[in-house]
Write a protein that binds this ligand. Structure first.
Ligand SMILES: *Cc1c(COP(=O)(O)O)cnc(C)c1O
Length: 397
């Protein structure tokens, strides 16, 4: 038995089967490349679902983490620490808002945003007790908690987890009239992915985000943008909402905010919204810890230069130009923005990701027929071209 087979057998036997990973066992990574336990190298075209936007072991980020490891790593929010004030200030500034509520995983930040919207709805908007509703979209993915899966439209994510949390209305993504019809005086928020990631990199019709913004403003509801996967450079701008010059009331951030080192998430909004929380009303033991803040501060500093947004824009345009030329007997549609693509195939996607792996490229199918590409934004143009060459080969079957 090879080392890899031995390790995979351990995972297979002792890990819950809630994932269907490609048969690779990674031991090391650097930039856009990973190396398996047998020394084979692969180009990472998934970047941990955008959590590794700035590359594996980005030197600036590992340096920030190492420095902080030698200082202090966790104090809980019972005490302040010297990374906290600067972190919330710098992240708020990046978002053009004035308050940050730090959490850890993306789902926790989404939960926090939902709680924010409800609390704001009752205490500021004046919705009668227990009547708040929040609008979500078909095909959404916002995480895995019981409340979040309550408004999922994906049976795999939702089934057998009831009873479900009430208070959500779900309308078709991109349908302005349906959104308008679903809104009423008790609508406290509209939770939207500016581009739906897990659904297969679904870009909404042009003008949709603006329409959501206008409807939210007119109805006095919070526009809550889940930019956990779409934000922080992935689409060629700091936030995917930027493509339509839309500023939501609430940003939800995660994934790349932790620099691929640890889970760091946050809800960012103005104080008329996040100011609803008083001591004891929400919290997290690890949220905003010194190590997380030190890493996330470096992420914010990296984003402020605009370098990665620009890389994503330029390399993304090149990638989409090449993807647009794929044969349309195998490829039905290519969606996406920047270095982010959902390639809709006429057939099964899993065999294509398996063939890609044999060719040295790691990508992952989402649902049955979509291949998602989301390489680390540090990828070189030559490596990107090589990966796209391999994709052309893999699609030939
Ligand atoms: C990944 C993701 C989440 C959940 O983040 P976790 O860190 O896995 O909990 C929420 N929303 C979107 C849009 C995501 O892509």
């Amino acid at each position: 038995m090879s080392k890899a087979d031995e390790l995979r057998a351990m995972s297979e036997e002792h890990s819950a089967h809630n994932y269907h990973p490609l048969p690779i066992v990674i031991a090391e990574a650097d930039g856009a490349w990973v190396t398996d336990v047998d020394g084979n190298r692969y180009l990472d075209m998934l970047a941990a679902y955008s959590a590794v936007n700035f590359g594996h072991r980005n030197p600036r980020l590992t340096e920030a983490a190492k420095r902080q490891l030698d200082q202090v790593t966790l104090v809980s929010r019972a005490f302040d620490h010297d990374q906290f004030g600067p972190f919330v200030t710098e992240l708020a500034e990046l978002c053009g808002k004035d308050m940050v509520l730090p959490m850890n995983s993306g789902a926790e930040a989404v939960e926090t945003a939902l709680k924010t919207a409800r609390k704001w709805g009752y205490e500021v908007k004046g919705v009668p007790a227990g009547e708040a509703n929040i609008i979500t979209f078909e095909g959404n993915f916002h995480g895995r908690t019981t409340t979040i899966v309550s408004f999922s439209t994906d049976p795999d994510a939702k089934d057998s987890y009831g009873p479900y949390t009430p208070g959500f209305r779900t309308v078709p993504y991109g349908d302005v009239d349906a959104l308008k019809a679903a809104m009423d005086s008790s609508t406290v928020g509209v939770l939207i992915e500016p581009i739906q990631g897990e659904a297969g990199v679904n870009v909404p019709p042009s003008g949709f985000l603006r329409a959501v913004r206008e409807l939210c403003t007119a109805n006095g509801s919070l526009m809550i943008a889940d930019e956990i996967q779409s934000g922080l450079g992935r689409t060629g701008t700091t936030f995917a909402c930027d493509h339509e010059d839309v500023v939501p009331d609430v940003y939800i951030l995660g994934k790349a905010l932790g620099g691929g080192i640890m889970p760091v998430s946050a809800v960012v909004a103005d104080s008329d919204v996040l100011g609803v929380f008083k001591p004891g009303q929400h919290g997290s033991t690890f949220g905003g810890n010194p190590l997380a803040c030190a890493i996330a501060r470096e992420v914010v500093a990296i984003l402020k230069s605009g370098e990665f947004q620009q890389r994503s824009r330029e390399l993304g345009a090149h990638m989409h130009e090449r993807l647009g030329r794929l044969p349309n007997d195998v490829v039905r549609e290519v969606r996406g923005r920047g270095l982010w693509a959902g390639i809709e195939l006429n057939g099964e996607a899993r065999p294509v990701s398996e063939r890609l792996m044999e060719l040295g490229v790691l990508a992952k199918e989402t649902h049955e027929t979509t291949i998602r590409l989301a390489p680390p934004l540090v990828i070189s143009r030559a490596d990107l071209d090589w990966a796209l060459d391999q994709l052309e080969i893999a699609l030939k079957g």
